[in-house]
Design a protein. Structure first.
Length: 194
DNA sequence: AACGCCTGCAACCGCATCTGT
DNA sequence: GACAGATGCGGTTGCAGGCGT
């Protein structure tokens, strides 16, 4: 028996027209029979998907509004990746559309938010380290008491940039570890002690 | 203009669930 | 209950179009 090779890939306007006319006349049922009866060289599954995601007359075109996005976020928090359930709460939107929107737009936004959150957490960790180092430096000064030379690089390392620069911080830690003797300007470090 | 990279989205695939026999 | 076919769903892929170089 010869097997008919079913067409795949993008739908043509002609195919859309045939499918839409057929569904309007007979209703969306028995998808496995639709291709044969309508005269479309596609599988029933493909016809169903095309109708549900593109040809249905109640489909809402255009961008997802901020209100819809907010609703998607809230529903996703409740339901997880249950796209069809989420779509059911957004009239005119399909599960495929919402899934795509989530995977492209929302996921990216959440990733950026997550990155900035972890960066701020990281800053906090570095700040704690820097504070610890500075205290150690001050303690050392109190112990040593004597006059020491000014080392500009140390002060620079403890500036705001230091909080983003692990190397600078490690440099200071190293000096503390090796009980190196140096000086600093307390005024320029005061912010870090707050 | 040509090329490569990136993005968004339509469509496919595989599996789960439903329905009829 | 067992099975087969139909349907539904979520993950993934492939491609067209936009954009930068």
């Amino acid at each position: 028996m010869q097997r008919v090779l079913l067409k795949r890939g993008a739908w043509t306007p002609e195919e859309d027209q045939i499918l839409a006319s057929y569904i309007e006349a007979h209703g969306p049922q028995k998808w496995s029979h639709v291709p044969k009866k309508a005269g479309i060289n596609r599988c029933g599954k493909s016809c169903r998907l095309r109708w549900l995601n593109y040809l249905r007359p109640d489909i809402k075109r255009g961008n997802i509004t901020p209100e819809e996005e907010d609703l998607i976020l809230r529903l996703h928090k409740l339901l997880g990746n249950r796209w069809s359930l989420i779509a059911g709460r957004l009239p005119g939107r399909t599960d495929n559309e919402i899934k795509n929107y989530w995977n492209t737009v929302i996921k990216k936004k959440l990733q950026i938010r997550e990155e900035s959150r972890s960066e701020s957490e990281n800053r906090s960790v570095v700040r704690t380290k820097a504070t610890r180092c500075t205290r150690a430096l001050i303690d050392q000064e109190l112990i040593n008491g004597g006059e020491v030379g000014f080392k500009e690089s140390t002060v620079v390392a403890l500036s705001e940039d230091c909080l983003q620069d692990h190397d600078s911080l490690f440099f200071i830690e190293e000096m503390v570890d090796h009980e190196m003797c140096f000086s600093w300007e307390l005024d320029s470090l005061s912010w870090i002690m707050d």
